[in-house]
Design a protein around this ligand. Structure first.
Ligand code: NAD
Length: 360
């Protein structure tokens, strides 16, 4: 059976890492029908919008997409194409496993943390009021009248909203993920000591959901303390569940622990739709240079294979990547101890090396 997958190469380095990843996926022997769809700069030029309707229709039809990073064109009317895509398709989970592979130049070994980030609300929802806009002045007046809090008139304001329903489903997802994947502990991350209503609700709802999973250990940690503990001893964490903004920041911190963005895969998941994409962005300065690391995108593709039930193929892809890393010969500049190491190879050579390992 062939899988119908929406393929979104994206912008900047996106097309290069996508091409390398598609080659590896096709080398698994599994058949794919790629439904090619453009978003970002290319879609803006072709259709006058960075997020065309046909792309959304394609993902809704195929239910699974593999996506490169997208640059948000300045002045497109979208704060971020990526955020709009996640919100439109209600992809409420951002799943970012961060795992150490042997021989990666990094100060840390044996890290295996899974970041489960809420994807639809919090400060990231982009509800903002600009300095000196009439509605900002109204909001400032309303807040002063409602509870006497004074906000300076020359302020811009962002709204942080956290709901019980969105928290319930993300925390449930984290526990279900833990159960399915043999994980032992879920840590809910918050700043409820200061944001008593928003993060307080996240914390109390997480604790309520946790009661339904007595087989999984549950703990809570304040986000600043989490950052310190992650840097000191990341091995003590297993599955982290976080509101949107903390999740965004902490997942890059975790990517740093395992050797950088070139190795950090991800997925945005809804009830029955999933879009797999690396954590990194479109790194425009490297566009077209055959230079960047395609492994984050390949590992995202391995996550996609698992989601499709192709566990054995996923293990083969991941195993081949791990071997290429361990040998250290066919890796890109970011995987070398010295970033100017002239023996670093290019994006397409990494694909060739991974495919070779899969055959051995
Ligand atoms: P970025 O992740 O694109 O790049 C930051 C730096 O990380 C790069 O300069 C490079 O040094 C390194 N890097 C990133 N990917 C790498 C790889 N595969 N291999 C080796 N090194 C790599 O972040 P940015 O510069 O802040 O963002 C550029 C654009 O990407 C922006 O328009 C942003 O909005 C967009 N973006 C998109 C997504 C997405 O599509 N999901 C995510 C993040 C950023």
């Amino acid at each position: 059976m062939a899988y119908n997958i929406t393929l979104i190469p994206g912008d900047g380095i996106g097309p290069e890492v996508t091409e390398a990843t598609v080659k590896v996926l096709e080398a698994t022997g599994i058949e794919f029908h790629w439904d090619l769809a453009f978003a970002g700069d290319r879609a803006q030029d072709m259709y006058g919008t960075p997020l065309p309707q046909y792309l959304l229709d394609s993902i809704r039809k195929n239910r699974v997409a593999l996506k490169g990073p997208i640059t948000t064109p300045v002045g497109s009317g979208f704060r971020s194409v990526n955020v709009a895509l996640r919100k439109t398709l209600d992809l409420y989970v951002c799943l970012r496993p961060c795992k150490s592979y042997p021989e990666v130049p990094s100060s840390y070994q044996d890290v295996d943390v899974v970041v489960v980030r809420e994807n639809t609300e919090d400060l990231y929802a982009g509800i903002e009021y600009e300095m000196e806009a009439p509605e900002t002045a109204r909001l400032i007046r309303f807040i002063a009248e409602a509870d006497g809090q004074r906000i300076s008139e020359d302020s811009s304001i962002s709204i942080k909203s956290i709901s019980r329903s969105a928290t319930r489903r993300i925390v449930r997802y984290a526990f279900e993920y833990a159960r399915k994947n043999g994980r032992k502990k879920v840590t809910a991350v918050h700043k409820a000591n200061i944001m008593k209503f928003t993060d307080g609700l996240f914390l109390s709802t997480a604790a309520e959901v946790a009661r339904n999973y007595p087989d999984i250990e549950f703990e809570t940690v304040i986000v600043d303390s989490l950052c310190m503990q992650l840097v000191r001893s990341p091995q003590r964490f297993d599955v982290l569940v976080l509101p949107n903004l903390y999740g965004d920041i902490v997942s890059e911190l975790c990517a740093g622990l395992i050797g950088g963005l070139g190795l950090a895969p991800g997925a945005n998941i809804g009830e029955d739709i999933a879009v797999f994409e690396p954590t990194h962005g479109s790194a425009p300065k490297y566009t077209g240079q055959n230079k960047v690391n395609p492994m984050a995108m390949m590992l995202s593709a391995a996550m996609m294979l698992r989601y499709l039930g192709e566990e054995e193929a996923a293990n083969r892809v991941e195993g081949a990547i791990a071997q290429v890393i361990a040998e250290g010969r066919s890796v890109t500049y970011d995987m070398k101890a010295d970033r100017n190491d002239p023996t670093a190879v290019g994006t397409s050579q990494v694909a060739d090396a991974v495919i070779q390992k899969m055959k051995e």
